[in-house]
Ligand binder design. Structure first.
Ligand SMILES: [Zn+2]
Length: 483
């Protein structure tokens, strides 16, 4: 560097450089003063923005019955009895004079692909908003309804019987919910306060993936304990916190919204329809609070089940329900209310999740046309072919959040691993992120990048429709909507 300046230069040129340097220093000083003035103006401005008007927040609450009739298909059988009715519940949220936001939680096992499109389109039309402001989730009850009109077409194409879809029931149920959304939109209530609290759920969630010393899945802990070894193994990575948000008109609560990450099933598979221990806990809380609407969302519970604490007997369902209900009550009792914050906003972004290498069209079609493959294999192949067709058709997935000051209601797709909701929470230290996953279920399980190298159930062929690179895409999207 030294040689670069002095070589071949006269003293006068050195002087010129000195003068230039002085000039630059003066310039920098002037610029610094200028910057200080600008910062000062900004501070004054931001102080004045502190006194900006509070947003006008209103909310309509809806609920509609979505119980299938006897004889109609649910995920693993035909409906033979109704243990507990299924519902779709949610909120139509009005922020100032923006188009409303619709959040909806449905007691079904999955709403995927064109099923998700129809739900969002109908609800958007009913609320007079756009579909990118509508978020429809399932609670994932296993004796619950599957809704995927793309898969429905594929099963018809290959004449797979019995099909998983009762189209007339599905369209009627969606229309009922849309009608309820329409009615709620006409009669929103003023929100003056937002409440928040959380409580630990004891002895419900456990991680399905029990890793061995080599870092690979050594044992799979199914939703009902299959053996003493998996039940004895530690809980593993979970998020034990049940988060509870409430909306108020002064002293009067309007609705309670809770979040907790776990698969909800205690036992299932015979067509005895139930909203399961999660829905039972929610319904009991609603009764205890004199009918105060309670909406529950499943968190990122893709790799979480009650397997450690559930032997699959009928007796365990009400016990698990009581444990969840206890946390719901504790969180409600500890609720801290604040006047509605100034930063209220809806944010969304659309992503393309990279396709899993295991999803090969020819392979799926050959399973569907092969007389020797089982019904379950055909259903599974149709499910993944539907997802494949959507990705090839360029359909993107919505990731969104509703910001209420330091409280974020985050909406994510698929059977998402709990690691994602823990990561989302870590992105906002000192704030609260409530994650609702199980929106668009087309991708199936969405693991973390490393989980695809560890084996186990979720990331195996035909269970996950996405590649390990999805982690990067999703984390980026989460970061974007949490800003
Ligand atoms: Zn699942």
């Amino acid at each position: 560097m030294k040689g670069f300046i002095s070589a071949g230069r006269s003293i006068s040129s050195h002087l010129k450089i000195r003068k230039m340097c002085k000039h630059i220093r003066i310039n920098i000083k002037i610029k610094s003063i200028f910057s200080l003035v600008i910062i000062g103006i900004c501070l004054v401005y931001s102080n004045s923005s502190l006194s900006q008007p509070t947003p006008h927040l209103r909310v309509g609450v809806f609920e509609a019955d979505v119980t299938p009739p006897i004889g109609s298909p649910v995920a693993y059988a035909m409906t033979r009895s109704i243990q507990d009715p299924l519902s779709a519940r949610g909120l139509v949220i009005f922020i100032d004079d923006q188009k409303p936001v619709v959040l909806c939680a449905v007691d079904w096992i999955g709403i995927s692909n064109e099923g998700n499109d129809v739900w969002r389109e109908k609800l958007a039309a009913a609320a007079r908003t756009t579909i990118n402001r509508v978020s429809v989730h399932v609670l994932h009850q296993h004796d619950g309804v599957v809704c995927d009109f793309t898969m429905d077409k594929i099963l018809k194409e290959y004449n797979v019987q019995p099909t998983q879809f009762d189209d007339s029931f599905l369209y009627k149920a969606i229309q009922n919910v849309a009608d309820a959304v329409g009615a709620a939109s006409l009669n929103p209530q003023e929100v003056t306060h937002v409440g928040f609290s959380e409580a630990k759920v004891e002895k419900v969630a456990s991680n399905r993936r029990i890793l061995g010393k080599d870092g690979k899945v050594a044992m799979i802990r199914w939703s009902s304990g299959n053996d003493s070894a998996t039940m004895a193994a530690p809980e593993g990575l979970i998020d034990p916190w049940l988060k509870c948000v409430s909306l108020w008109n002064n002293e009067k609560p309007i609705a309670v919204i809770t979040y907790y990450a776990t698969h909800p099933q205690s036992y299932y598979g015979k067509g005895d329809v139930t909203c399961e221990f999660i829905g039972i806990a929610r319904n009991n809380r609603e009764k205890s609070l004199g009918g105060l609407p309670h909406i529950h969302f499943n968190g990122a519970g893709g790799d979480i089940t009650a397997g450690k604490y559930n032997d699959g007997s009928e007796a365990l369902r009400p016990i698990l329900a009581k444990r969840v209900e206890a946390a719901m009550q504790q969180a409600w009792d500890q609720t801290k209310k604040i006047a509605i914050p100034k930063n209220i906003a809806w944010k969304n972004t659309e992503v393309t999740l990279p396709l899993g290498k295991n999803i090969v069209e020819e392979k799926l079609r050959s399973i569907l046309s092969d007389k020797n493959t089982s019904h379950a294999e055909k259903i599974s192949a149709a499910e993944k072919l539907a997802w494949y067709q959507r990705l090839k058709g360029g359909v993107k997935i919505n990731v969104s959040s509703l910001r209420l000051g330091k409280l974020w209601l985050l909406n994510l797709p698929g059977e998402l691993f709990v690691e994602y909701q823990l990561a989302a929470q870590q992105m906002k230290p000192g704030e609260e992120v409530c994650t609702a996953a199980y929106e668009e279920l087309g991708p199936g399980y969405i693991g973390t990048a490393i989980s695809y190298t560890q084996g186990g159930y979720e990331t195996s062929d035909l269970n996950s429709g996405v590649a390990p690179e999805s982690e990067k895409v999703l984390l980026k999207a989460i970061k974007k909507v949490l800003q």
